[in-house]
Design a protein around this ligand. Structure first.
Ligand SMILES: [Zn+2]
Ligand SMILES: [Zn+2]
Length: 748
């Protein structure tokens, strides 16, 4: 019987089935491999020429775990052949969770039976996309029967509301309820909560499709009905749900989730960055009464195992996850949703290189389920699939009642330059001042972490570079260090130039968010600032707390990198200043313009999401650039048409296919030799073109020298057979490696 092991072997191995075992494809088994016992999955594909049974080692045992469903096995095979990866390497992503054994019992807390019943959900009906904050802090003092009056402080109320009917592990309760552990101890002493063992699988609440149905406009209701019909059809379809920020897309696709719940099947919702999902989860809970199951890399091992099992057993009906959630063993997947489908975060760049949006569509196909791709600024790939009739298209044209689209204007930095050594134009500063004067919030966006992206010696011109990469070191002044954003190398910030030994000549060049924060502090010393960047804001709790503080108007000025762009709803934020709108356009990446439009449109969408109108200022040195023109005019359709027209003739994606070969070696000579050999053996056929070899923009990364070749074909030509034949013609020298990236997103 073939068994696939989670290692990069070319395929499954054959094992004998002992008479005591009955095995079927998908069963998870233990098998001997090189004197060790390994976990593998019984596979259904024939594994090459049959070996006489007598020579086969027997399967050791069948594990007590739900079998891997057929659609997931097909997905593993499909990704392996599409990305030219060994199937075992893909299987590893579905098995590495180490989730096969049920989690052990742990100690937890629950409410005592007669504790006051405080619910987070006791809030009035919501208007779509404009749900009020739900607070539990104002509960009155409550008399608990058989006990003296116990003051229900906001903290205690929060603990009770967090607990609800659940048992929560002791290790998690304080954090989840955002209280100190002394509060928990005090509540136990007063008899409000009591210890209880946590069940092996936490009861994943059943989302209630009728918990709180939304009020839709007729346009919204029409689209919601269309999505419900897709789910009810129980067949594979792909739909692009496209609508401006603030148009209520989330609430509308939650209606498809409701339909899927009613049909008894499971839903997978992929988000680009699960760390930023706090507000999404709150919306989900308001709609369905309970939170969905979560899946991401920061889950504790206990929760991870419990969630994996709950998915496999069907107890978790809705999973919200990062791209790795694709590999969960849903036995009955009825709907796949990819929110912010244009986001590059869906591309996995390490190990098996795959695009989670595209693989989510494949997952849906193998499950006979509809897929819904959601975005305010869809990728050209998805739009071309709409154009070709492969995907359906549902469009929301307007923001929900009461909010209009923000007014976007460019600030020409040549006409209104900032003072020397500063980065904020007087025009932008005046606009920020005005919004503070109106009592509103403002945001400054700069997609660059740290203090300065480059440090230069003013005496000798030396620039501080990473010793392992072709990259400048970024100054992080708060941490007093320089760091490489490509390999993670850090070093203390030097005080003298390492080349000419001059003292005090090292100068920061250009701004990062830290430097903008410093400038804002000088300009507006009295206002309350908050910085949001991935390195200052680790984990979902920090981001959720930041979002809460902004909503609660504890912050006047928000300064952030791209994490502030993602789907947040900040009702009092009316001004967005983009510090360097040209930033993403440098570098000559195929999708630079498309991505800049997507990112800045999304940033702009943070402004004016409630009653007050929003205003967006783009600081740019080229206001005439088509990207700035598209953003200012709001005519994204024209921009998309121009992009398509530019890419179509040369068969650039989405009108052609690309695959990158990245050659790397510790010695530059070996990398060159291998790249040259690949160049000489390059395929030649009509509609097939090879660009390169050339040194990669990151010519050295983590100490390895890198060269790139790009295979470009017409859309009707598959790249995989060409790549396989090409690689077979070339012998990779010792020490060199060739990585394949089908549909590359990064060109570094
Ligand atoms: Zn120097
Ligand atoms: Zn580096």
């Amino acid at each position: 019987m073939p068994v696939l092991l989670p290692y990069p072997f070319p395929g499954p191995f054959d094992y004998a089935v002992p008479p005591t075992l009955t095995l079927a494809p998908g069963d998870i088994v233990l098998v001997p491999l090189n004197r060790r016992q390994e976990v593998g999955v019984v596979w259904d594909a024939p594994s090459g020429p049959a070996v006489a049974d007598a020579k086969l080692k027997p399967v050791s045992a069948r594990l007590d775990a739900p079998p891997m469903p057929a659609p997931l096995r097909r997905l593993v095979e499909w990704i392996a052949s599409y990305t030219l990866s060994p199937p075992g390497a893909v299987l590893a992503m579905a098995l590495r969770v180490n989730a096969l054994t049920p989690p052990p019992m742990a100690a937890g807390w629950r409410r005592v039976a007669d504790a006051p019943d405080v619910r987070v959900a006791d809030a009035p009906d919501i208007r779509v996309a404009d749900a009020p904050d739900i607070r539990v802090a104002d509960a009155p003092d409550v008399r608990v029967p058989h006990a003296p009056a116990i003051r229900l402080t906001p903290q205690r109320t929060r603990v009770l509301a967090t607990l609800g009917d659940r048992i929560i592990p002791s290790a998690d309760l304080a954090r989840l309820a955002d209280v100190g552990t002394s509060v928990i101890r005090g509540m136990a002493d007063k008899g409000l909560i009591e210890p209880a063992p946590v069940p092996s699988v936490p009861p994943f609440g059943r989302p209630d499709p009728a918990f709180r149905t939304p009020h839709f406009s007729s346009a919204q209701a029409e689209i919601a009905a269309a999505l419900r019909a897709k789910v009810a059809a129980h067949t594979f379809t792909v739909t692009l749900l496209d609508g401006v920020t603030g148009s209520g897309k989330t609430e509308i696709y939650l209606e498809a989730v409701a339909a899927c719940l009613q049909s008894g099947r499971q839903t997978l919702i992929l988000l680009p960055e699960i760390a930023l999902s706090a507000q999404f989860l709150a919306r989900f809970e308001r709609r369905f009464g309970v939170a969905p199951a979560l899946w991401h890399s920061d889950l504790g091992s206990r929760t991870r195992r419990a969630t994996w099992r709950a998915v496999a057993e069907g107890a978790a009906q809705v999973v919200v996850g990062a791209r790795s959630a694709l590999f969960l063993p849903f036995p009955d997947l009825g709907l796949v949703i990819v929110d912010e489908e244009h986001e590059t975060a869906f591309k996995q760049e390490d190990g098996v290189v795959y695009h989670a949006r595209d693989m989510a569509v494949v997952r849906a196909r193998f499950s006979d389920a509809p897929a819904i791709l959601v975005s305010a600024t869809p990728s050209l790939e998805t739009l071309s699939n709409v154009e070709a009739g492969r995907y359906a298209h549902l469009r929301l044209q307007t923001r929900h009642a009461g909010a209009s689209m923000p007014a976007i204007a460019a600030i020409d930095m040549r006409d209104a330059p900032p003072p020397r050594g500063k980065f904020l134009s007087p025009v932008l500063v005046a606009a920020i001042r005005a919004s503070f004067a109106r009592g509103e919030q403002a945001m400054l966006f700069l997609n660059r972490r740290g203090y300065a992206p480059l440090t230069l010696c003013r005496a000798c011109g030396h620039r501080l570079a990473c010793p392992n990469c072709t990259a400048w070191l970024v100054e992080h002044r708060a941490r007093r260090e320089l760091s490489c954003h490509h390999c993670g190398h850090t070093a203390p910030a030097p005080t003298i130039c390492p080349v000419c030994a001059a003292e005090g000549t090292l100068a920061p060049i250009g701004p990062g968010v830290e430097r903008i924060t410093e400038e804002a502090a000088e300009l507006f010393p009295d206002i309350r600032r908050l910085v949001m960047a991935s390195d200052t804001m680790p984990g979902p709790h920090a981001a959720a707390e930041a979002a809460r503080a902004i909503e609660a108007r504890e912050v006047d000025l928000l300064i952030g990198t791209q994490i502030v762009a993602k789907g947040w709803h900040f009702p009092h934020l009316t001004l967005v200043g983009v510090v360097d709108a040209d930033l993403g356009l440098a570098g000559g990446d195929l999708r630079a313009a498309e991505r800049t439009v997507q990112l800045l449109h999304q940033v702009a969408g943070r402004a004016g999401r409630a009653e007050a109108p929003g205003e967006v200022k783009l600081q740019t040195f080229s206001p005439e650039h088509p990207v700035m023109q598209a953003l200012v005019s709001g005519d994204l359709a024209a921009f998309y048409e121009a992009e398509k027209a530019a890419r179509r003739p040369g068969h650039w994606p989405p009108y052609g296919r690309l695959a990158a070969l990245i050659v790397s070696a510790e010695q530059a000579e070996a990398a060159d030799r291998c790249a040259r050999a690949l160049g000489l053996a390059a395929p030649a056929a009509p509609g097939v073109e090879v660009l390169g070899p050339t040194p990669a923009p990151l010519a050295i990364l983590r100490g390895r020298h890198r060269r790139r070749l790009l295979l470009k074909t017409r859309r009707d030509i598959a790249v995989q057979p060409i790549l396989l034949a090409w690689l077979a013609r070339v012998e990779v020298p010792r020490g060199a490696r060739v990585d394949v990236d089908v549909d590359p997103v990064s060109f570094l």
